[in-house]
Design a protein around this ligand. Sequence first.
Ligand code: KG4
Ligand code: ZN
Length: 396
Amino acid sequence: MRILAIETSCDETAMSLLEANLTEVKPRGTGDLTSVKFNLLAHDVASQVTVHKEWGGVVPMLAKREHIINLPIMLEKLFPNSFSPNPEPNTYQLAPDLITVTCGPGLEPALWEGINFAKKLAAKWNISIVATDHMHGHIVSAMLKLNSKLKNNKSKIEYELQTLEFPAIALLISGGHTQLVLMQSMNNFEIVGNTRDDAVGEAFDKVARILGLPYPGGPEISKLASQFKPNNLETKQPKTYILPRPMLHSGDLDFSFSGLKTAVLYLVKRIKEENKREELTQEEKIEIAYEFEQAVTEVLIKKTAAAIQMCAAKSLLVGGGVIANKTISNRLRDWISKSRDLISLYLPDQKFTGDNATMIGVAGYLHSKGGTVNTLAPGSHLFDKLKANGNLCLYK
Ligand code: KG4
Ligand code: ZN
């Protein structure tokens, strides 16, 4: 089955074309597929960072405008002249069998562009749509394993969906979410931990702004933090500044990052006042970035460890843009390797950490094959009713 996947939930326009090869399915309704491989035929992501940078964050109407520009260009590369009355034969010849499109969560003006585009294509090709949850995409992105036997075969990029042992915990860390999700099976999600205020990626972006770094702040903070040379190589303790580890002992699985950001703001203010200057030195910025990253990492790991214990989880998946952070991913690997519980850790390939359409293709496909969601056929009542839901919460 060939799947065209479309993702426009925020500031990346993404389109992928995948071929799913399913060899074994468990009984309908369990949501568990035992063996499925995805041949990645095409994969495109247009980042809008340069557009939003000058505003210091994502501007929804600009994101919408960029999606309107990017979507037809991406489609044209995959299916040239597909909107002309007599489309020419092209690279992929036939229309796909299914379209998966992100319907939430995200910025509604941006989501609508992907949804309306998907509907137009589905009607033209007379194929069904699967409305897909962006966060489900981030979950499955961690399960895709590149078939390294095909490493030298430039014409075939194949990913295998790794099977999980359940219960599993998914830690989702992105610009809009910080969640711990308990999965009893592939399509059974229960949110057991959530942020009470800012998402972790949002905190990275806001702290970057306080330090005078450009948007998006996450990669900038991690670049700065990596330059820090701790005095004490054993403990890696920062030299001067200590930031709080919010909610570390709250006794539940929730997070809060807004206070951490405010602590950075007051610290920066204090340094400037004490030294009677308007700017931080580069050394001060490096040390604050480092300490901030340490605080975030410690909280994420402690809360995830508590979730694993509480739910007797056997697998841990991590998804979302923030897992591109090397300190966080290395510390997670290190902790799991030393843990006495036998937990399998699943982290996404670097190219699937941020927003992409491949994960939407895989998630939508699994959701429809698992028998837990309807595919929407053009002309049907549900197809007409399909809409963007900025607050969608794992399909609820
Ligand atoms: O998943 P994502 O691409 O979009 C959303 O669904 O939100 O995540 C974007 C977030 C941004 O806040 C960005 O600053 C953060 O991921 N991010 C990072 C890094 N790379 C991206 N945060 C920390 N370290 C990074 N290396
Ligand atoms: Zn995302």
